[in-house]
Design a protein around this ligand. Structure first.
Ligand SMILES: [Fe+2]
Length: 111
């Protein structure tokens, strides 16, 4: 969220191109670390929805990586539309899919 907010602010200030590469790298690192942690807990506790959830993760990582590649190649201009799409995707994942496992882990004594 913080990364997306930084990106949004940079865009509003007309400085997106200066900070975008670094923000995208941070986003890739953050999502991959965060997803790996989640997935290792899923495996450890046999979370029943592991497959679908992992697929959502890898799809999101691929999208972020693709977006970064496009940015690096300079092939496409970044637009608010793409940022909004990415933001919505993350929010959707966190409030919907991630929320689904909350009770499961609480039952295992994990908070
Ligand atoms: Fe997740």
């Amino acid at each position: 969220m913080q990364l997306l907010n930084s990106l949004h602010n940079a865009m509003l200030n007309g400085e997106a191109n200066k900070v975008l590469g670094a923000i995208m790298n941070d986003l890739i690192n953050y999502t991959s670390t965060h997803f790996k942690t989640e997935e290792s807990l899923f495996e450890k506790y046999n979370y029943p929805e592991i497959q679908g959830h992992k697929e959502e993760h890898s799809e999101l990582v691929s999208q972020v990586v693709r977006f970064k590649k496009e940015f690096d190649s300079g092939a496409t201009m970044l637009s608010i539309k793409l940022i909004t799409f990415l933001k919505n995707w993350l929010i959707l994942h966190i409030v919907a899919s991630d929320k689904e496992y909350t009770n499961f882990f609480h039952e295992k004594g994990i908070y």
